[in-house]
Design a protein around this ligand. Structure first.
Ligand code: HEM
Length: 284
């Protein structure tokens, strides 16, 4: 990254995608932009479901590129872990990999929104700066303050707004009796911003993830909870916090896009990452 300049989504996302390809597939995939582009095209078409003609050729091209990368099973990548996963004729571990790749998109959005929160909340930014001071830049580390900022970003603007469950037996819920096989939708934004229960509902409050308040609430589930909790949670939080650390420890970063975010003022219900813009300069 240049020492002074502007950071927006269009400059952030190619870098983020390169990091993601290195983590999932290994260093040799770092410049395989075509793979990411193909997946984006397939997802764009899939959003239209049956209204869009199926493009089997695109799918095959994507899978072929993916197989080449997976076959390398580069040491340290998720592809290596994938290659070591036991298979039988009915399991296809490689078919999990497109989900890993696209699940990193919301992680990039959450990271970018966390940067917007930190850049506009001086007290929380100072706490993070203290955490980073004197940090060894080489050894990977747990960064609780930055992890909490990312969790707050996903609490305030959940990237998986609906969590689905089906009751397996007659269940009492909210004073009602539900029969077995009833579909239950947990609408995360409602619980995460419930201002009748949570004094911090609409405010950036990373401390709740560090002092146990969020966990004790029983209703904050940015990565879901229980046996089906997001399998990528710790990897996402580690990557996002490490990336934010390397941006913040060298630069002063200011949010320059609209709407401005103010400490003490209610945060907006939605925040598009695509419109976020920052100016940055080296620390004085
Ligand atoms: C900001 C980023 C992400 C968020 C907020 C997120 C959140 C979630 C949520 C809410 C679920 C649903 C769990 C349920 O049904 O209760 C889920 C499932 C899952 N996530 Fe993530 N996820 C993210 C990124 C990732 C990444 C990058 C990976 C892989 C590298 C990943 C792997 C998975 C897997 C494998 C499941 C299915 C778990 C299962 O059904 O057992 N996620 N995630």
């Amino acid at each position: 990254m240049e020492r002074t300049g502007t950071l927006d989504w269009n400059t952030f996302i190619p870098v983020w995608s390169r990091i993601v390809r290195r983590i999932v597939l290994g260093d040799s995939a770092r410049n395989n932009h075509e793979l990411t582009d193909l997946l984006a095209r397939l997802r764009g078409r899939a959003n239209w479901s049956l209204l869009h003609p199926t493009r089997r050729d695109l799918r095959e091209e994507f899978l072929q590129r993916l197989r080449v990368q997976l076959h390398r099973a580069e040491p340290g990548s998720l592809a290596e872990a994938n290659a070591k996963t036991p298979k039988n004729p009915e399991t296809h571990p490689e078919e999990q990999v497109p989900q890993w790749l696209f699940a990193f998109d919301p992680a990039g959005m959450a990271t970018f929104r966390a940067l917007a929160l930190l850049a506009s909340h001086p007290t929380e930014l100072a706490a993070v700066a203290a955490e980073l001071r004197g940090r060894d830049l080489v050894t990977p580390q747990d960064l609780p303050g930055l992890r909490a900022a990312v969790l707050e970003s996903v609490r305030l603007w959940p990237t998986t707004p609906a969590i689905l469950r089906e009751t397996t037996t007659t269940t009492e819920l909210g004073g009602r009796t539900l029969q077995a096989k009833t579909l239950v939708v947990v609408l995360a934004p409602f619980f995460h911003r419930d201002d009748e229960r949570l004094p911090y509902a609409d405010h950036f409050t990373p401390g709740i993830w560090q002092d146990g308040t969020a966990q004790a609430s029983g209703s904050l589930v940015p990565f879901s909870a229980g046996p089906a909790i997001c399998a990528g949670q710790n990897l996402v939080l580690f990557l996002a916090s490490t990336l934010l650390a390397s941006l913040l420890e060298r630069h002063d970063i200011r949010l320059t896009s609209e709407p401005p975010l103010y400490p003490g003022r209610r945060l907006p219900g939605t925040l598009s990452p695509f419109g976020l813009r920052f100016s940055f300069s080296p620390h004085p």
